[in-house]
Design a protein around this ligand. Structure first.
Ligand code: NDP
Length: 297
């Protein structure tokens, strides 16, 4: 058996086209252009590329982006001051602080200072709380991307056993939260899973992953999940992005898992392209929420 590959690139293009159309409609109706402020502190090369890509994609989607570049030795107080200014600026709808921040700056204090209404990464405790109560203001970008792939490929989670490997604040925990809810903005079929969340202290991980109808892996260890850890016919979503000898590879051992799974996301070209698309979706949603006479879709 060979798994059907889930094409994240194609799904991301489709979603971006939908967003571009809605963003243009917002501007036509209200004169407001959805705008993202990106803050980049220091000169980490990977962060520079991520921010550049996010800005480029904003502009391709009929939105604006404004970059604030600060030197690595910026004091935390200056960063807090900038965020306070952006929080109060009505022309800015979303604020993104590119992580990681240089040593000496508290990520927690910085992320907590972003206004929840402009927190398009969905990291603020208020937004995390709303998500856990099943009334999200924004959906967290990467987990939302995973749900979009499943949804648009006709794979429902309702009534299934979903196993999430990884419990980070960015991927594993919010993914678990989304799957366990009674309803989802994508429809009831995209929630209502029975969810098991595993981590590095989980004994006999393979015994649990082998029970998964939907297996979502986000651990940051190249080729960790092998075919013998997967239930035949399962949908396997590989969130991992690891650099091995200059090559991008996932957390799932593609060669063995593709023989067992029913569906599988490749790396690259799976979940990765969806994360930025979902950031654009949240920026547009923020602009719609902050613009009184707009008509959100
Ligand atoms: P973190 O390092 O924050 O978290 C990793 C998680 O994996 C932890 O919960 C850890 O457990 C768990 N883990 C580590 N080793 C094992 C193991 N042997 N068995 C079971 N669980 C284990 O990573 P992130 O969640 O931020 O990222 C995970 C991967 O996803 C990375 O490769 C990252 O690059 C990628 N990523 C991809 C994105 C995309 O757009 N495609 C976006 C974000 C991340 P514990 O808590 O016990 O330490």
């Amino acid at each position: 058996m060979s798994a059907q590959l889930l094409d994240g690139k194609a799904i991301s293009s489709q979603i971006r086209a939908e967003i571009a159309e809605e963003a243009a409609a917002l501007t036509a109706q209200t004169g407001v252009t959805a705008t993202l402020a990106a803050i980049l502190v220091g000169d980490d090369p990977a962060s520079q590329i991520y921010v550049r890509n996010k800005q480029r994609d904003c502009e391709r989607s009929n939105m604006k982006s404004v970059l604030h570049r600060l030197p690595a030795d910026t004091p935390e107080a200056a960063l807090l001051e900038l965020i306070a200014r952006l929080n109060g600026d009505p022309t800015i709808h979303g604020i993104l602080v590119q992580l990681p921040l240089p040593q000496g700056i508290s990520e927690e204090r910085i992320l907590d200072s972003v206004s929840p209404e402009k927190d398009v990464d969905c990291f603020h405790p208020t937004n995390v709380g709303l998500l856990s109560q099943g009334r999200p203001r924004f959906l967290p970008c990467t987990p939302h991307g995973v749900l979009q792939i499943l949804h648009r490929c006709g794979i429902e989670t309702a009534g299934k056993h979903a196993v999430v490997v990884g419990r980070s604040e960015i991927v594993g925990k919010p993914m678990t939260q989304l799957l366990v809810q009674r309803s989802s903005p994508l429809g009831p079929g995209m929630a209502n899973a029975t969810v098991t969340c595993c981590h590095s202290r989980t004994p006999d991980l393979a015994a649990i992953t082998r029970q998964a109808d939907v297996l979502i892996v986000a651990i940051g260890k190249a080729d960790f999940i092998t075919g013998d850890m997967v239930k035949p016919g399962a949908a396997v979503i590989d969130v991992g992005m690891n650099r091995v000898d200059g090559r991008l590879t996932g957390d799932v051992d593609f060669a063995s898992v593709v023989e067992v799974a029913g569906h599988l996301t490749p790396v690259p070209g799976g979940v990765g392209p969806l994360t930025i698309a979902m950031l654009l979706r949240n920026t547009l949603a923020a602009a719609q929420q902050q613009t009184p006479c707009s008509k959100p879709a």
